[in-house]
Ligand binder design. Structure first.
Ligand code: UD1
Length: 422
């Protein structure tokens, strides 16, 4: 198993290109199942999660071609051979559930393995299922699979989510494009990845209004056609790399970055004493002199502070001047990075959904264990600011969501290398 060796060092400077969004790409890829014409995605990230979705779509009989080193994906679902997503693939990645809505909408039936729990909480799929039921789907849960049928096709309906779910909104949105009549999604997620999905679906001929607000209206159409679509910038990768100069000092420009993708996060950076400037090519982040100020954060659905940046922000707060409280409201078990940061000398007290972080002058390098995707990168960020060497083990989590992390950070002056395991 590979690990990452980070040696703490001084200020960073240079540019980091930000890739297309993993989470957008993972919902755009299943959209291919809605049409028998090809869907091409450009600006795709090169990540193991994308390869898992490729494997899943291929297992259904879709043709997926990865071009230009993986940055362009051309998919065709003309000759699908199966509507069954097997446990062996689904268990690797929760986002596999996103094939359910499209398969059901186009073929009137699908069987998808239930994804099961994951490291950051129980993460059920009940909202996905209720949304499809509101569109007339008949669902039966047996043998660990969702057996879904819509014999006469899905019908438009009103879906009122009890709370915001990104994945359930995506599944319902895709399914509704081919349902008969009008579907209204109330209390829908407003994440940029939803807007990106809606924009791609419109290029395919879907009729969608209101994406980016909490009420999305979809007028079903008989069929969708092919399209080419660039994947939106990864706001989580962006926020992560914005934290590198914030933690180490220096000035780094994140190419392709946009304030509107990370507004709430930038407000917190500003409060902590980090400057963020829009440039014609991205966002320039600088930390001049002095210590970071402690800032409280509460995670919320977009446009609030993203849960996917909470671990990385905690790494920043570890050396802030004062005490900050980080509140996690989206996932019940998302502080697993805290004990690892404590091994590096951080002063953190976790109590329920809150973590109280009292900044220390300097962290110290240590061997640490990555427990999930965002936790692993928070340990790398902490290692950049620590005295001595930090070894982050189990980096397969990292490879699910960050492409060429060592190269991107090395290019701005970080001392970081991958140690290849047996
Ligand atoms: C997506 C992102 C993930 C991010 C999360 C929240 C992808 C591939 N992943 O995950 O990186 O952290 O949004 O921004 O896009 N829930 C239920 N029942 C359901 C669905 C969700 O109870 O049927 C709960 C979840 O357990 C969680 C909350 O709702 O507590 C929000 O989850 P959701 O927005 O659905 O997250 P994902 O789409 O899985």
């Amino acid at each position: 198993m590979d690990s990452i060796l980070v040696t703490g060092n001084g200020p960073l400077s240079g540019t980091i290109p930000i890739a297309g969004a993993k989470n957008a790409c993972l919902t755009l890829m299943p959209a291919t199942l809605l049409s028998d014409e090809p869907l091409t995605l450009t600006n795709a990230p090169r990540l193991s999660d994308i390869r898992t979705m490729t494997e899943l779509l291929s297992s259904l009989g879709a043709e997926v071609q990865s071009l230009q080193g993986g940055q362009v994906l051309t998919m065709s679902s003309h000759d699908l051979t199966s509507q069954r997503a097997d446990y062996d693939i689904v268990r690797k990645m929760r986002a596999s559930i996103l094939v359910l809505g499209p398969l059901l909408a186009r073929f009137g039936q699908a069987q998808v393995s239930l994804p099961g729990g994951c490291a950051i909480g129980a993460r059920p799929v009940d909202l996905h299922l209720k949304a499809l039921e509101a569109m007339g789907a008949e669902l039966d849960l047996r043998d660990g699979y969702v057996h879904a049928k819509a014999p006469g096709g899905l019908k438009g309906g009103v879906v009122e989510f009890p709370f915001v779910s990104v994945g359930a909104t995506e599944n319902a949105l895709m399914a509704a494009t081919l349902a008969k009549g009008t579907t209204v999604l109330k209390y829908a997620a407003r994440e940029p990845e939803i807007v990106d999905l809606a924009s791609c679906l419109r290029k395919m001929g879907a009729q969608i209004d209101g994406d980016g607000t909490d009420t999305i209206t979809i007028q079903g159409v008989d069929r969708l056609h092919g399209a080419t679509h660039p994947v939106v910038t990864d706001r989580i990768e962006l926020g992560t790399y914005m934290l590198a100069p914030a933690i180490c000092g220096g000035e780094v420009e994140c190419l392709g970055g946009r304030i509107d993708l990370v507004g709430a996060f930038c407000e917190k950076l500003d409060a902590a004493g980090i400057s963020v400037e829009e440039t014609p090519t991205g966002l320039k982040v600088a930390r001049k002199n002095g210590r970071i100020r402690a800032v409280d954060v509460t995670t919320e659905p977009y446009p609030g502070f993203p849960t996917d940046l909470q671990a990385q922000f905690m790494a920043l707060m570890c050396t802030a001047d004062g005490t900050s409280v980080l509140e996690e409201t989206i996932f019940e078990n998302r502080f697993m990075h805290a004990p690892e940061l404590i091994r590096m000398g951080a002063n953190i007290d976790v109590h329920g959904g809150h973590a109280t972080v009292t900044g220390v002058e300097r962290l110290k390098g240590a061997p640490v264990m990555a427990t999930d995707l965002r936790a692993s990168v928070s340990l790398i960020l902490a290692g950049l600011a620590a005295e001595g060497e930090t070894i982050v083990n189990r980096v397969y989590h990292l490879d699910r969501g960050y492409e060429r992390v060592e190269e991107k950070l090395r290019n701005v002056g970080a001392r970081i290398e991958r140690v290849t395991g047996q």
